[in-house]
Design a protein around this ligand. Structure first.
Ligand code: LRH
Ligand code: MN
Ligand code: MN
Length: 427
């Protein structure tokens, strides 16, 4: 399904005078050059949507398919991302998870993606669930497993995922392992780590030369005593040993409580080993809530380090890292939730772009703690939403994507087309 350009135009017409008024306030307070630079960067910035977030998610305590109209196959998942991209012009890619997604008809999948101008971001492998008909179980791990046959099965799966992703035009493999242990004594840590490294090496050598491998870490869950790639140190160690195509991936929900994620980001960037992000938000652990819904200041501080560090290394903000959402939950229309997440990410990025960096540097050099804090908080508390909206306007998208989605009653259109009782794969 497509949104007609005339609906976007009518929607924008109805909001344009209020929008221009808000933008004019910013023009009074900030140099035109800085605003224009930020708007252009926002136009260029794209965030990949995870295929597994498009249906209503759930937890091990239940899954409520209350929405309806959820995508029934990859083509429909791509169409949903296409819809988001038409609304916000910032969701120009999809990240697949194999075998939750089984890209059978590659030509057709590429044709649908092409219709919406979508790219395929990192492909994700899955060795945290047993697949039907699999010869071996991952109950005691996959790439770390004590039995070489199990490791080989997991290695072969990852190589297969690279092949599938390559056909679609993906340029990265994300490896997240549930491997670890639940009880002291269960695992020999050193051997588990060595097995994991060796297994990753066998996958790494199969990467096409222009591909990256993202090594994702997570502190706990599903294992509750140890996780073999449990933090950024373990991930960085693996990525460094593997080589310059391997990077650390930061999922915001994967840290122990109160971890200083912005500092982790800064140091990984400094080392040239930051691969990308899985954006989400959380209050307790890996809650996978809407990005920016719980800790928006933290999100801004992360982007503040990203802009500072990427500029220091003369990196391309839009292209040199993988920007992906990783969220899945029970209570919202997933498409509305994703619009909110993308909006929150764009806003944090806009805020970080607008930080008075020379003034912040100077305050830091003078140990003027109060001034440094004031600079960051002044920017965070300024309403830069009109900059994000202006970027959308210039990219022929909607000034208020969520409002237009609701005005067009899009969910009911999807329900009419796909039915009420739809299920999709995913967590
Ligand atoms: C693990 C994780 C990882 C998986 C995804 C479904 O918690 O963040 O990225 O691939 O969730
Ligand atoms: Mn993740
Ligand atoms: Mn997670």
């Amino acid at each position: 399904m497509n949104i007609e350009q005339k609906h976007i135009a009518q929607h924008n017409d109805s909001l344009i005078s209020a929008h221009n008024r808000k933008l004019a306030y910013l023009k009074e307070d900030f140099p035109q050059h800085d605003l224009e630079r930020a708007i252009q960067k926002l136009v260029d910035f794209q965030i990949a949507i995870p295929s597994w977030a498009l249906g209503t998610g759930g937890t091990r305590f239940g899954r409520f398919s209350i929405i309806g109209g959820e995508p029934r196959n990859i083509e429909e998942k791509i169409e949903d991302v296409g819809l988001l991209h038409q609304l916000n012009a910032s969701s120009g890619a999809i990240s697949l998870h194999i075998p939750w997604d089984i890209p059978q008809d590659v030509a057709k999948i590429k044709e649908v993606a092409g219709r919406f101008g979508l790219a395929f971001d990192a492909v994700n492998s899955n060795t945290f669930q047993d697949q039907r008909d699999a010869a071996h179980s991952y109950k005691f791990g996959s790439l770390q497993h004590v039995d070489k046959a199990v490791r080989q099965q997991a290695i072969a799966h990852n190589i297969e995922v690279i092949k599938q992703g390559d056909k679609l035009g993906s340029k990265a493999l994300t490896v997240w392992l549930a491997d670890g242990s639940c009880f002291p004594g269960q695992l020999n840590f050193r051997r588990a780590f060595e097995n994991t490294l060796q297994s990753l090496e066998e996958i790494y050598v199969q990467l096409p030369p222009d591909w990256k491998m993202f090594v994702e870490y997570k502190a706990f869950e599903p294992n509750f005593y140890s996780t073999t790639i449990g933090d950024w140190g373990q991930s960085l160690l693996l990525a460094s040993k593997l080589g310059n195509q391997a990077y650390t991936l930061v999922d915001l929900g994967h840290h122990l409580p109160n971890a200083n994620i912005e500092q982790i980001v800064s140091l990984l960037l400094m080392e040239g080993k930051l691969g990308g992000f899985h954006f989400n938000d959380s209050k307790y652990g890996d809650d996978d809530l809407t990005t920016g819904s719980i800790k928006p200041y933290q999100l801004f501080l992360i982007f503040n380090e990203l802009v500072e560090g990427m500029d220091a290394r003369e990196m391309n903000h839009a292209k040199d890292l993988g920007w992906m959402i990783d969220a899945s939950h029970n209570v919202k229309d997933p498409l509305e939730d994703l619009l909110q997440s993308v909006e929150a990410i764009m806003l944090a990025y806009a805020q970080a772009l607008m930080v008075d960096r020379p003034a912040l540097n100077s305050a830091q050099q003078r140990n003027d703690v109060v001034r440094a804090q004031e600079i960051l908080q002044h920017t965070f508390r300024t309403d830069f939403r009109p900059l994000v909206a202006e970027a959308r306007l210039r990219a022929n998208a909607a000034l208020s994507p969520l409002a237009l989605y609701r005005d067009l009653d899009y969910r009911n259109q999807l329900i009419r087309k796909r039915g009420k009782n739809t299920t999709s794969t995913g967590l």
